[in-house]
Design a protein around this ligand. Structure first.
Ligand code: HPA
Ligand code: ZN
Length: 335
């Protein structure tokens, strides 16, 4: 079996996926039209040409613009369903999805409209295709602590369906420390915690995410390599990193995929995973991320299997389910 066949065959969990980042231009046009919203692009070609980013902020500007056509529960359902269909195609059997309530509530779309649309699709995918999932609610770090507290309050009626809170949007200048109190309040309500850190921001933001926000995983975390003490801790405490190689390439975190430090971290014993982040914007869903990374870094079949095992190990699924998938992967022939 070649590398690509193995990747396709492996059951995988996705741990870093922004549902708003799976909004394909075709669906964006369809939803804009039915909601009577004008978008500045004439056609899909024009949209794709605009997806030329030089850093995180240049992407975020266009990502928030795209999300602004989502108004009704059906829109959030269609968005989520389209992503889950891709999961089925890629043999992603479990996914932990980020959503950004403030991107919508700040435009007057009620929290429950967003939540209900997403949740309804998750239920259908589990019933029809056996794809399991969890939801992670992210606070936008460029907004205030007060706005995050308001969002936390709005989420409480739905908290049994939201496993964790996270932190995303523009990293530099908005350290984890800004959200320490709201994360403490979220933990008191029973939420687990994760945070984007060390994508563009320094290694010190990863320390803060661990020490102040008590995160169970670091989203991205590639800049941990700049701090040996931090790296040692991440290895010792088995803290998963949800790495997104094609995102890193598109946002110029690494110049070339062959420069990516994923393999170095893997060899050092870091629990790295591969994820798609915002696949509609960065040119590939999970398998594409896996295949291109494996090719660029020359990952062998043991390394590929380890990354797939890490995705279950690092997930929030219950221990029995984890064990089941991990032994399935271990027993899968590679030749
Ligand atoms: N980083 C920060 N915020 C985001 C990202 C990301 O990769 N994707 C969507 N929002
Ligand atoms: Zn992300």
């Amino acid at each position: 079996m070649n590398r690509e066949e193995l990747i396709k065959k492996l059951p995988k969990a996705e741990l870093h996926l922004h549902i708003e980042g799976s909004f394909e231009p075709e669906l964006m046009f369809e939803i804009a039209q039915r909601n009577n919203i004008a978008i500045r692009f004439k056609n899909i070609m024009e949209v794709k040409e605009a997806y030329n980013f030089h850093n995180l902020q240049s992407f975020l500007d266009i990502y928030y613009e795209g999300a602004a056509v989502l108004i009704n529960e059906q829109d959030f359902y269609d968005l989520t369903m389209a992503y889950l269909k891709r999961c089925k195609e890629d043999n992603v059997v479990h996914t932990e999805i980020f959503f950004d309530p403030q991107t919508h509530t700040d435009r007057g779309v009620p929290f429950e409209v967003v939540f209900n649309g997403i949740q309804r699709a998750l239920t259908v995918a589990e019933t029809e295709w056996g794809i399991t999932s969890h939801l992670i609610m992210c606070f936008l770090r460029h907004l205030s602590e007060e706005s995050a507290f308001k969002t936390l309050k709005e989420s409480l009626p739905f908290k049994k369906h939201i496993i964790a809170v996270g932190l995303d949007s523009g990293e530099v200048g908005h350290p984890p420390q800004k959200f320490q109190r709201v994360f403490e309040a979220a933990m008191e309500e029973g939420f687990l915690t994760v945070a984007h850190a060390g994508e563009e921001g320094p290694a010190s933001y990863i320390w803060e995410a661990l020490d102040l926000l008590k995160v169970k995983r670091i989203d991205h975390g590639v800049r941990a390599m700049e701090d040996q003490k931090l790296l040692a801790r991440i290895i010792k405490e088995e803290i998963p990193l949800t790495v997104c190689p094609l995102s890193n390439l598109k946002l110029c975190v690494f110049k070339k995929l062959t420069d990516h430090n994923l393999k170095k971290m893997l060899k050092l014993g870091v629990r790295v995973t591969i994820n798609s982040d915002d696949p509609a914007y960065f040119g590939g869903y999970l398998n594409q991320n896996f295949i291109e990374t494996a090719k660029a870094l020359d990952l062998n079949s043991d390394e590929i299997k380890t990354i797939a095992i890490n995705s279950f190990q690092g997930s929030f699924m219950d221990e029995n389910e984890k064990t089941k998938w991990i032994s399935h992967i271990r027993n899968l022939p590679t030749t």
